[in-house]
Design a protein around this ligand. Structure first.
Ligand code: PMP
Length: 430
């Protein structure tokens, strides 16, 4: 047994991977290093990365500027508790983020992961209503086909069918679900799209603290791109019914959809917004929940404090790498990069449209999706991608890519062409 085989044996024996069985796990590939847009496997194969490690590594791996930022920060302090203490990296990051998110979000809560940022947002909304003397307003309203993370309150607002509602019935907080937005991003807006959610708001606003949804792109719940006017209309309904609006920008934030934040497609500012993933350029798990002064002050209006405080809150290493990543973004180059990726994905994914077994092909910003008629056989299609030298991780009926922004033209073309070829070969063999 060589070293790689020995590690893989340890992995198989002891380590859980995302959404896998412990007794019958899918195979995993051993990574030796990742550099730029390439993942180097221990067996010598080099894969072009089509996933940005789940939306995060937008600047590519092993980036000298990000490496330096984190290295320099270790020379000062890697961490100090945030209760009673603060530091320059957190203050700098707060100011930077507040200057780039939709205007109006002036308060920030740092946490450790996207799911926790969603928990924090939900807590904020409930505490806000409570502090304002409306303790009955404690339910969440959301749309189907959403995904917000794997912790309990977050799971409660994930799609009720695809999510884990069945498994944790009776334990998950029960949210109110409206149908998913139907009007596509690419089609004419139909005002009737918000009719159902509006009637739920009209009927049940006395028990609803907030609406939570992913703006414009529903990610893990189906990679659906819906019309920004849905958000505009929802925003005014929220004001009418005294319901807070929460945007989960954990996947869509930092340029992925072609705007710095997807909220900008609708030109509105939510009351609360969650960010994560690309915040540290894929270096460390880190997230934040931002709130307007109305929400932040409201929570404390009865003299109350906000009840959350993770051990690694405001971690200086994470803040330092986030600061460096934001500086890279603020050069504005991402706009050219994302626009170029969009054009190339549009052109080179479109041959998949005519394949029997393909339901839809769609591209928005640096996100490209081939939606199949039926769910894929994951281990089979995964191995086909690895053999073709591209890292794509399909799920369900979706074969999709969100490459690092720093991909060169030939990388994007390779990713898109490989997606078409693999899908074609996969469908043929069935
Ligand atoms: N919200 C959205 C929209 C996400 O895509 C994700 C992660 N896939 C989360 C929340 C949860 O983030 P994390 O995995 O960092 O907990």
């Amino acid at each position: 047994m060589n070293k790689t085989e020995a590690y893989l044996a340890v992995d198989k024996k002891h380590i859980w991977h995302p959404y896998t069985s412990m007794t019958d796990p899918m195979g995993v590939y051993m990574v030796k290093k990742a550099e730029g847009v390439h993942i180097h496997l221990a067996d010598g194969r080099v894969l072009t990365d089509g996933m940005s490690s789940w939306w995060a590594a937008i600047h590519g791996y092993n980036h000298p500027v990000l490496n330096q930022a984190i290295h320099e920060q270790t020379q000062n302090m890697s961490h100090v508790m945030f209760g009673g203490l603060t530091h320059e990296p957190a203050c700098t990051l707060a100011e930077k983020l507040i200057s780039v998110v939709p205007q109006g979000l002036g308060h920030i809560f740092f946490s450790d992961s996207g799911s926790v940022a969603v928990e924090v947002a939900i807590k904020m909304a409930i505490q806000y209503q409570y502090a304002l003397g409306k303790p009955g307003k404690k339910k969440l309203l959301t749309v189907k086909k959403g995904y917000h993370g794997d912790t309990f309150a977050a799971m409660g607002v994930c799609d009720p069918v695809q999510g884990m509602h069945g498994l944790f019935k009776g334990i998950l907080p029960e949210a109110i679900f409206a149908q998913a937005p139907q009007c596509s991003f690419f089609h004419a807006w139909d005002e009737a799209d918000t009719a159902e959610i509006e009637s739920l708001m009209a009927e049940r606003h006395g028990e609803i603290a907030a609406v939570i949804l992913e703006p414009v792109v529903q990610g893990a719940g189906g990679m659906r791109f819906y019309h920004p006017n849905y958000l505009k209309q929802l925003g005014s309904l929220c004001r009418r019914y005294d319901i807070l609006l929460i945007f989960d920008e954990i996947a869509t934030g930092f340029g992925r959809t072609g705007k710095l934040f997807a909220a900008r497609w609708a030109g509105i500012c939510p009351d609360i917004m969650c960010i994560g993933k690309a915040l540290t350029g894929g270096y460390i798990s880190f997230a934040a929940t931002l709130a307007t002064p109305k929400v932040a002050r409201g929570i404390s209006s009865d003299g109350g404090v906000f009840m959350h405080g993770p051990t690694y809150m405001g971690n200086p290493l994470a803040c330092a790498v986030a600061n460096a990543g934001l500086d890279l973004l603020m050069t504005g180059e991402w706009q050219t990069q994302v626009a170029a990726i969009q054009r190339l994905l549009d052109e080179h994914l479109s041959p998949a449209r005519i394949l029997t077994g393909v339901k839809d092909v769609r591209v928005l910003g640096a996100i490209g999706v081939i939606e199949l008629e039926e769910a894929v056989d994951m281990p089979v299609i995964q191995e086909m991608f690895v053999r073709a030298g591209v890292w794509i991780r399909p799920f369900g009926r979706l074969v999709y890519t969100m490459p690092p922004y720093v991909c060169k033209k030939e990388d994007v073309v390779k990713i898109a062409k490989t997606m078409c070829e693999v899908v074609k070969a996969y469908l043929k063999r069935r």
